[in-house]
Design a protein around this ligand. Structure first.
Ligand SMILES: C[S@@+](CC[C@H](N)C(=O)[O-])C[C@H]1O[C@@H](n2cnc3c(N)ncnc32)[C@H](O)[C@@H]1O
Length: 300
């Protein structure tokens, strides 16, 4: 006798017409969802895959990461998608921040240093670093609209003392007058979204004012057809604007790690502030293998 789960009429109808040569039967439709990997374009499955990935990444994390998550208060402010691990709820952004932090920390001392982050988003990495290290000063340079968000978020999640260590600098109206020397400049997933000349002027600034540069950006551009099946969303995602910015505009296959690896040397070179700089570490930015983490040191 079959259970109700296996009394599905759509499954029976599709199995009656089944022909092994039918295109896409392992990707979509009732047979795929009952017998194959579930269709990721179905929004409920998107959540399934995101949380599965997060659980797997945490399962593979080093046990000592537990302390790091517990040291960052208010990580889940804003109600992100979370899974439970290390006796706490963990979301994807802070998983990512911890990995980025550990890579940096393994090569550069952060104790009492001045950090400047360009394009900090809502402030997840700033929140993490200030919670984990005794930082002298943390400067955020960003677009005015994003600064409004990071100011409010960071004030809400950090203690008054730690929030007091942050200086917010408007990238459009204030940064051209900003000439303080810093120890480390950080840029994550954002120089690739800026005009090439803006990136060059930031790199020039870094060359003149910083000892280290920690950059994490994609090695090139991918086309959304590699991800989205619905053609309408190509316009929505403003493909042209996304592909035609950043210092590297070469389009690559997002799902081919061999191609990605071949793009790494050029990527490292393009983001090097000048010939005075050397690479002290680089690695793929797991789980987004098309993003690459590079730590450069100023030799001067
Ligand atoms: C995709 S978000 C990444 C945010 C953050 N780094 C993270 O990984 O969560 C891109 C960031 O770049 C910033 N940005 C865009 N153009 C910029 C510019 N010209 N100068 C500084 N920041 C910029 C955006 O405001 C945003 O904070």
């Amino acid at each position: 006798m079959r259970s109700d789960l296996w009394s599905d009429e759509d499954f029976q109808k599709e199995s009656d017409k089944f022909n092994v040569n039918l295109s896409n039967w392992r990707k979509e439709g009732r047979i795929a969802s009952m017998l194959c990997v579930r269709n990721p374009d179905n929004e409920n499955n998107g959540r399934r895959y995101l949380l599965t990935l997060l659980m797997d990444l945490l399962y593979l994390s080093e046990p000592t990461d537990k302390d790091l998550y517990h040291k960052i208060n208010n990580r889940n402010f804003g109600n992100p998608y979370v899974v439970k691990h290390f006796d706490t709820e963990i979301d994807y952004d802070y998983y990512y921040s911890i990995q980025e932090y550990k890579t940096l920390k393994a090569h550069v001392s952060l104790e009492k240093k001045t950090v400047l982050e360009i394009g900090a988003g809502y402030g997840r990495f700033c929140h993490s670093i200030l919670s984990l290290e005794t930082i002298e000063k943390y400067i955020i340079v960003d677009l005015p609209e994003t600064l409004c968000i990071s100011k409010i978020y960071l004030k809400a999640v950090l203690s008054e003392e730690l929030f007091g260590k942050i200086t917010f600098v408007d990238a459009l109206n204030e940064f051209s007058f900003f000439s303080e020397d810093v120890d480390i400049v950080i840029n994550v997933a954002s120089m690739n979204e800026m005009l090439a000349e803006v990136v060059n002027s930031y790199l020039k600034w870094i060359d003149e004012h910083s000892k280290y540069f920690y950059g994490i950006n994609p090695v090139g551009k991918y086309h959304p057809s590699g991800i989205y099946q619905n053609k309408n969303c190509f316009e929505e995602f403003n493909v042209k604007n996304a592909v035609n910015v950043g210092p590297i505009q070469e389009v690559f296959d997002l799902w081919d790690y061999e191609t990605i690896k071949k793009l790494v040397p050029r990527y490292i070179d393009v983001y090097k502030p000048s010939d005075k700089w050397e690479v002290i570490h680089h690695e793929s930015s797991l789980p987004w293998l098309s993003l690459h983490r590079v730590i450069y040191r100023n030799r001067k």
